[in-house]
Design a binder for this molecule. Structure first.
Ligand SMILES: [Ca+2]
Ligand SMILES: [Ca+2]
Length: 490
């Protein structure tokens, strides 16, 4: 019921103030930060300094973590020079496991930038405003969490033992810990009236209630905004998710600001602009007459360059990417053509004959994966090899048969002629026969397999050498034999 009354009173007040003097707000980004993208990658916040245990991330500025005896502060590096009247809209979360937490969080507007100290993480004896969100009940009045406003002129020390109850200007008891949504607080300082509105953190959309209203407040001009938090024996996480500062202006002043440029001066500037435009146009016309082609080109180019709207840009991007794709496709086509040409070359080489492929019995050298045409090439060469081996085999057989016949004839001649055959010549002949048999069997094996699996295999050169040797021996033997026959007949 009391809450309702307060809200109604505040609404009435706002209406009253608004009716008297319409107010304008302007967001001041150099004094503000907001989640997401609250901090930069290096953990800094533009225009803000962060020290102590405070850590900034994209989502929040954690002034003090839920660990014992921590303190952290963040202070705006830029003085509030835009306006002497301002509004701060801050969202924060104080969360902890315990039913009771400590110590609390404070919002500052001071003549100098703050430093680490004993008052909720910040220095004592400050000059300006301190709005404390005091979690822990030091004086045992069972009135915490409490929101307290204390104005200091730099001479007074904050008394923790009494929760500053004797020093505070005004305050209200509000439970701001462990709420489902960030608690929002709106502090406005306008024409020496300071008001603090608070949201309970139970809804996503803020519903503000009046906490403090104080008149005849004189805050330092060009002061600095700051926030701080500290933990003690008990510890909460103290996070700020939004700190937005607005400068406040009366409507009259804003209008005055807009109309600062005198009418005469404005007209003068307009005339000057008009004159320059005319000059430029006449120059352009002259140039166009002198160089009709160039002028046309320039005009078109200029339009393309300077008047590219969103659609044109999109079209250009699409065209560029399509051109890129086209180029890639052309490259691929060229590659394919090359491959096709290579294939044709290989095929023609194959058709021209396996005569060029290695005739040695060894397997062709393995070079990684084999292409189809290489396989065909190999098969063809193997076929050729098989054919030549078959020829060799026939040749060897023929030689064998002939030498056998010669031997038979010799044996018959020896028996008829009653001449003692030379035993050394006979042994030599037998060894040749053995060699030939061996060779024959080897050739048969080779012929069946078609391929010489194991090297050494009979090479054509070796074969020819053996044939030549045998022929020479046979000729020598025949010659020797005919000589002895002759001798006998005489
Ligand atoms: Ca306290
Ligand atoms: Ca207390």
């Amino acid at each position: 019921m009391t809450t309702l009354t307060v809200v109604a009173a505040w609404a009435f007040l706002v209406v009253l103030v608004t009716a008297q003097d319409p107010m304008h707000r302007k967001f001041e980004y150099k004094h503000s930060f907001r989640a997401p993208n609250l901090a930069q990658r290096d953990g800094s916040i533009p225009f803000w300094m962060i020290t102590g245990d405070a850590i900034a991330s994209g989502e929040q500025l954690r002034l003090a973590p839920s660990m014992r005896s921590r303190k952290g502060i963040a202070w705006n590096k830029r003085a509030m020079t835009e306006s002497e009247h301002f509004e701060i809209d801050m969202s924060f979360k104080v969360t902890g496991q315990g039913r009771i937490g400590a110590d609390g969080l404070a919002l500052w507007y001071t003549a100098q930038q703050g430093t680490l100290g004993p008052v909720f993480g910040s220095n004592d004896y400050w000059t300006g405003m301190g709005l404390m969100f005091d979690s822990f009940d030091n004086d045992g009045q069972k009135n915490n969490p409490f929101v307290a406003l204390m104005i200091n002129d730099g001479t007074r020390s904050y008394d923790h033992q009494t929760d500053g109850s004797q020093q505070m200007l005004s305050g209200c008891q509000r439970d701001f810990r462990n709420k489902p949504f960030p608690v929002r607080v709106k502090v406005s300082y306008y024409k020496n009236v300071l008001t603090v509105l608070m949201h309970d953190g139970m809804t996503a959309q803020p519903r503000y209630e009046l906490c403090i209203r104080a008149e005849n407040i004189f805050l330092p001009r060009n002061g600095y905004f700051g926030i701080s938090a500290a933990t003690g024996g008990l510890a909460d996480d103290h996070d700020v998710t939004d700190f937005s500062v607005y400068s406040l202006f009366a409507e009259q002043r804003q209008q005055a600001a807009q109309q600062q440029m005198p009418q005469e001066e404005k007209q003068k500037y307009d005339q000057e602009f008009e004159k320059q435009m005319q000059d430029f146009e006449s120059q352009r016309q002259k140039f166009k007459e002198a160089h009709p082609d160039k002028a046309k080109d320039d005009e078109e180019e200029d339009f393309a360059k300077y008047f590219e709207d969103a659609t044109a840009r999109e079209l250009r991007l699409i065209y560029e990417s399509q051109t890129a794709i086209h180029q890639v496709m052309q490259q691929m086509e060229t590659k394919l053509r090359e491959i096709s040409q290579q294939q044709n070359t290989h095929t023609s080489m194959l058709q021209q004959g396996g005569g060029h492929v290695p005739q040695q019995g060894g397997a062709p050298p393995a070079q990684g994966a084999l292409m189809q045409h290489e396989k065909n090439e190999m098969l063809q060469s193997l076929r050729d090899l098989t054919a030549s081996i078959r020829d060799m085999k026939n040749y060897v057989n023929e030689i064998f048969t002939r030498s056998y016949n010669i031997e038979q004839k010799l044996n018959q001649g020896g028996a008829g002629g009653a001449v003692q055959q030379d035993p050394s010549v006979k042994a030599y002949l037998e060894s040749i026969q053995n060699d030939l048999r061996q060779l024959k069997s080897q050739q048969q094996v080779g012929g069946n397999k078609s391929v010489c699996d194991n090297i050494p295999c009979l090479s054509s050169t070796l074969f020819m050498v053996i044939c030549a040797l045998q022929s020479a021996v046979i000729l020598a033997f025949v010659y020797f034999r005919s000589k002895s026959d002759k001798a006998k007949f005489y």
